[in-house]
Ligand binder design. Structure first.
Ligand code: NI
Length: 177
């Protein structure tokens, strides 16, 4: 198990268009394992290779649903629903920041697995959001580029009284990818 360093906003790796992964070799398997370990250690729900300084089209996602750990190599979104969702988004490369981002409710992605085998995956709801977020990373895009707005620190910590109601005791933790 090797935890890699997650680069943060300002690092040029986050703004590059990544190259296709061409070799399905031991090195890729090590990268995927390290990325998953790094994501879990950071309590993230997704991680893209450029976030660990590797400019290849490789992502890992785990939104803690039935899919478990998802590895996507050279992923391309082939279908996106017209129906959209509007929700909170964060990123391990922008710690402490969250925004409201509109994403498709459902996307289908065509990708390769660690052996180079092609497959399609359809994700809905939060998984669709995670797929969009991670694939954006592969083209140097971050949530701050497409957010409807950025949340304030008070909104992130969840202590916002709503319309004079009592303050919420608990707010869902921001998911970082
Ligand atoms: Ni991210």
């Amino acid at each position: 198990m090797a935890i890699r360093n997650i680069v943060e906003l300002g690092d040029p790796a986050l703004r590059k268009v990544c190259k296709p992964q061409e070799k399905f070799d031991l090195r890729l398997r090590v990268l995927l394992k390290d990325m998953a370990d790094t994501m879990y250690k950071a309590d993230g729900v997704g991680l893209a290779a450029p976030q660990v300084g590797i400019l290849r089209r490789v992502v890992v996602i785990d939104v803690q649903d039935d899919h478990g750990l998802i590895e996507l190599v050279n992923p391309v979104i082939t279908e996106r629903s017209e129906e959209t969702q509007c929700g909170r988004e964060g990123c391990l490369s922008l710690p402490g920041r969250q925004g409201v981002v509109t994403r498709p409710m459902r996307v289908t992605v065509h990708a390769q697995d660690r052996h180079g085998r092609e497959f399609d995956l359809t994700g809905e709801g939060f998984l669709a959001r995670a797929i969009c977020h991670e694939l954006d990373h592969l083209d140097g895009r971050l949530w701050i580029d497409c957010a409807d707005r950025e949340l304030t620190r008070e909104e992130i910590s969840g202590h916002i009284p709503e319309d004079g109601d009592e303050p919420e005791e608990e707010e869902t933790e921001g998911e970082e990818a």
